[in-house]
Design a protein around this ligand. Structure first.
Ligand SMILES: [Zn+2]
Length: 360
């Protein structure tokens, strides 16, 4: 009887999930933060690349001044020659912009790659790169000549990890993706709408390894190269389980984490997050994954409003607010709570940890 009633309501004008925009009736204190309380270094952005070394920089600098952002690090700088052209475009802005170097994955199956890649990281440093960026290509896209996915801890990369350590280039490492991307896109999936909008982001099925297998291979790399500093992007790619990330941070002293595009996860567990910030306050770096004109991925679109969501999460104890300026929460239909960090921790996360690590 009840089921029948539901169907009748739906047939008589039920709304589609994509049209649903509930407005909170809560009346709770609101403290939007227009400008960060202290200067900020964002260690994870995508503001320049081989094809556009400096197209948006002037406009981005204006946004930085408005929000109290001191430096943005462009992680995806391409190979050493691309780094050279990006550094040239960034130089007029002083220390506002820094860039990383990336491995050349398309050469990974060529003979002599291991040494060539280590040498190119060296050249990248000479050209001005401040770190080495590993995208999720490693583990999820890069295949050997037989078509098999190359393992994250494949020994061909060992000289590259060692070179980064010897050159004092921290490694920004992104391995796997949100836990929900490894599950079926069905009614139980907490990121159903996001996966509906971006079906290619699903790593469920086919020959993709389970998420934890990828992260375990990454951890073996971190263990094998103790003199190399690793920044586990997106809260070491496991913001869904801060207990496990805490165990990793306890185990691997060369591991640090960054927050990019994951305040939607951290802000739904504000008490666990607050304890995490307190315990690992010297090893957490501010990052957003910001991309200019990234409208397709609203939680990363480089605008003052995007940065302000992070400031509010870190600085206030506000309750139940949006983690993104988008009309509908883009990663999942939830809202977040601020962790209200004290000034001492805030300064470390916003800037001091990055200064220490990048020795700028
Ligand atoms: Zn990124």
């Amino acid at each position: 009887m009840q089921r029948r009633a539901f169907l009748q309501v739906a047939a008589g004008g039920g709304i589609k999930l994509s049209d649903y925009e509930p407005r909170s009736m809560l009346r709770v204190p609101e403290h939007p933060v227009r400008r960060a309380k202290f200067p900020v270094i964002d260690v994870h952005t995508h503001i320049a690349g081989p094809r556009q070394p400096g197209r948006h920089l002037t406009q981005i600098a204006a946004c930085m001044a408005e929000c109290n952002l001191e430096t943005l690090m462009n992680v995806t700088g391409g190979d050493s020659s691309s780094v050279a052209s990006i550094v040239k475009a960034m130089t007029p802005f002083g220390k506002k912009f820094l860039t990383g170097v990336e491995p050349t994955w398309k050469r990974a199956n060529e003979p002599g790659y291991a040494k060539w890649q280590a040498d190119d990281v060296h050249k990248g440093k000479q050209a001005g790169a401040v770190g080495l960026k590993i995208t999720k290509t490693l583990g999820l896209y890069l295949r050997d000549t037989k078509g098999t996915l190359v393992k994250v801890d494949d020994p061909r990369f060992d000289p590259m990890w060692e070179a980064a350590g010897a050159l004092n280039l921290p490694v920004w490492i992104h391995v796997s993706d949100p836990a929900a991307f490894f599950l079926p896109t069905d009614r139980f999936n907490e990121r159903y709408e996001e996966l509906e909008n971006h079906p290619d982001w699903s790593f469920h099925g086919k020959d993709f390894p389970p998420k934890m297998e990828l992260l375990e291979a990454r951890n073996r790399v971190i263990a094998r190269h103790p003199k190399t500093t690793f920044i586990g992007l997106h809260v070491a790619n496991l913001p869904e389980d801060l207990n496990v990330v805490s165990q990793w941070l306890d185990r691997y002293k060369n591991l640090h984490v960054e927050l990019g595009a994951r305040i939607g996860e951290l802000g739904r567990q504000p008490r666990s997050s607050r304890r995490f910030f307190e315990k690992f306050q010297d090893r957490i770096l501010f990052g957003t994954d910001a991309t200019p004109n990234g409208k397709e991925v609203p939680q990363q679109d480089l605008t003052p409003e995007m940065f302000r969501c992070y400031f509010r999460f870190l600085e206030t104890e506000d309750e139940y607010f949006d983690y993104s300026p988008a009309r509908v929460p883009p990663q999942g239909r939830w809202r977040i709570y601020g962790v209200g960090l004290p000034d001492t921790i805030l300064k470390k996360v916003y800037r001091d940890n990055a200064i220490r690590m990048f020795r700028t």
